[in-house]
Ligand binder design. Structure first.
Ligand code: APR
Length: 253
């Protein structure tokens, strides 16, 4: 029997895109292999050598073109379709695979590879599919990748925190759970009363997790989502019913 939930928050990390051919960060052959993190993923690194940083992200953009969303990305779209405004997807990934699969209620908290931002006062954000221009087409200011680097604050933290304290199911998928603030989300959700699930190749996360589902995201996520979308309720009266209509007041995301 699958328990039922009303408000779902999902956090994804690099592992969900691994089967699409995007390298994870902390594997032996990971993204940072030939580039020290400080050189390509800090504001200081950009200040020191912008050309190197721009070349690094241009290379990532080229790699992204060859990738396609996998079964896990598609499954999360089904979950969103079922739960509507009571669903929120937070991703640490800067690829656009969730969006290409069709996810709409999504917060790319670490930014987006296919956008760039100018350093002018208006911080123009423009799309960038390849070869980042150095100057803003709007105001001429210097441009940088629209990526949250180490030492910077992720996007939409207030909205994220609100959702984490209101959800009754929180799942973190394909993330090693070591980079804050995302690494603290399971604790925030758990302490607010949510059921916390980890789906990953290996057991990560330590405490504040009720359930661990081991396997490749492309295999375990669709099965797990199917249970949420079509739960077999054999009648535990204490389990919340997501089939009952939610009032406007309960819509929190
Ligand atoms: N299915 C499920 N999980 C997988 C798969 C897969 N096919 N392949 C790898 N994993 C797991 C790994 O076991 C690991 O726990 O995905 C996790 C990936 O962890 P990281 O590489 O650390 O990626 P992530 O947690 O997203 O990193 C967080 O760190 O460097 C920064 O800003 C960067 O957003 C990134 C953040």
């Amino acid at each position: 029997m699958a328990a039922m939930y009303n408000k779902i928050v999902i956090l994804t990390g690099a592992g969900i895109s691994a089967e699409s051919g995007i390298k994870t960060f902390r594997d032996a052959d990971g993204l940072w292999e030939n580039e020290p993190v400080e050189a390509v993923a800090t504001p200081e690194g950009f200040e020191r050598d912008p050309e190197r940083v721009i070349a690094f992200y241009d290379e990532r953009r080229a790699g992204l073109k060859k990738a396609e969303p996998n079964a896990a990305h598609h499954a999360l779209v089904k979950l969103e379709e079922k739960f509507g405004d009571n669903f929120l997807l937070i991703t640490q990934n800067v690829d656009d695979l969730h969006q290409r699969a069709g996810s709409k209620r999504i917060i790319p908290m670490h930014g987006e590879l296919l956008k760039i931002r100018c350093l002018g006062p208006q911080e123009h954000i423009i799309p960038c599919a390849e070869n980042q221009p150095k100057e803003c087409p709007e105001c001429g200011a210097k441009m940088r990748p629209h990526i949250v680097w180490f030492g910077e604050i992720p996007f939409e933290m207030e909205r994220i925190q609100k959702a984490l304290t209101k959800c009754d199911l929180f799942a973190y998928i394909g993330t090693s759970g070591v980079v804050y603030p995302a690494a603290g989300f399971r604790q925030m959700a758990k302490l607010s009363g949510a059921h916390v699930v980890c789906l990953n190749l290996e057991e990560v996360g330590g405490g504040y997790t009720d359930e661990f589902i081991q396997g490749k995201a492309g295999e375990v996520v669709p099965k797990w989502v199917a249970l949420r979308v079509n739960p077999v309720n054999r009648g535990s009266p204490s389990t919340p019913q997501h089939s009952s209509p939610l009032s406007q007041k309960q819509r929190l995301f």
